[in-house]
Design a protein around this ligand. Sequence first.
Ligand SMILES: *Cc1c(COP(=O)(O)O)cnc(C)c1O
Length: 486
Amino acid sequence: MNNPPVDESLDPADWEALRRLAHQAIDDGFDYLQGVRDRPVWQPVPEAIVQRLRQPAPRLPQGAESAYGEFKELVMPYAMGNTHPRFWSWFMGNGTPFAAVGDFLAAVLNPNMGGGNHMPNHVEAQVVDWCKEIVGFPAESSGLLVSGGSMANFVGLAVARNSRAGVDVRAEGVAAIPRTLITYASVEVHSCVQKAIESLGLGARSLRKVPVDAGFEIDVDALERMIVEDRAAGRQPFCVIGNAATINTGATDDLDALATLCDREHLWFHVDGAIGALLALAPGHRHLVRGMERADSVTLDLHKWLHVPFEAACVLVRDRKAHREAFALTPEYLERTERGLASGALWFSEYGLQLSRGFRALKVWLSIKEHGLDRFGRLIDRNIAQARELAALVQAEPDLELLVPVATNIVCFRYNPGGLSDEQLNALNEELLIRLHESGIAAPSYTTLHGRYCLRAAIVNYRTTSADLPVLVSAVREIGASLPRP
Ligand SMILES: *Cc1c(COP(=O)(O)O)cnc(C)c1O
């Protein structure tokens, strides 16, 4: 074995050189963001570029400068595009320049947020408290920053399962639960909820999908009937999930009615507010999420409408004790001391699956301080107004068809020149969307509503201006007219 030279380290041999490179990286990063509008939203990655990336793991130093050069050339031009003003795919935030600096500083301090007595833990506690304020949760409730809405839903539902199972699930496992635990959510619920239910050992079939009304909101009467049926059949209804804005159409369930139902039926009420919890900040639309504050647990995504760079989400749980009891496990090597680094009450590892955790709280804390919550609320209202503008532009064109009334910021429409079946229109619009992406002009995504494939623009974008909307409409009509009829 070779012994390393005595002075070998991962610190730079030349701090000044790395400092210059880092300054250059900041300049390049900000140039990239300032010029984002002038580039295509997205472009396909050339195979030759992928091939150049494919290399055996380097055994010898290549050096920071050369590695950075490859990043700039191979990676930077072919990013996903969600920083662009005309990116409206799925449901993604833009990130912000200052929060990117926050990610850098978090890595500089590089604390492990599993626990311990240090200031970064207080920053996370502060951010969680702000999330409670946003949602209207009591100060004594608990919460945790997690990677995204999927993990937030998982944590909330794990607490629900453990506290309502009637047996000690942690000790005995789900096999000891006497009656099948049933969860209810509308057919529009996000797929990650099913993943959570499966991973919790409850089985996908225990997730009852409740029908929706014409506005894609949960049918509360149907839900009540399903609960009665399940009880009559010897099963145990235990949890209802309300959607604060759905991923397909942006519809929000009647959360107040669901809260009342859950109170009466003694069911855990979880709100998937990955999208909509932040509507509470928007003066024009906060009424949509009335009742969210009555939930037992709530998911908020911060990398969506709060535009924090990936990854950042928060789960809130009303009952702090139940939350901790679902996850705390403290072996000797993690025991607290009265004083010193291993003291303190903030051990976030006792509230979720992760032991080692990153300082994602910092970029959230800095962003909220930089802009103030009211600005985020106004930008949410503006995105919703833009969705209405887009819907009006769509409705003004005879060859475009709006497929569902706009509930919030999601517009579902298709190119429909007339005389074609739904099946033909589906094929036509699928090809149209791919060509639109390849054009680099705009990037909506797609969904299928009642068997009809449609283009779906989710406007979660503080860079979008009203002038961007007709650009999409014209591009769709031009590409549509140029396509051969199926
Ligand atoms: C995005 C989304 C999720 C999943 O969140 P991730 O952050 O992608 O894990 C869950 N529910 C809804 C309604 C969503 O929009």
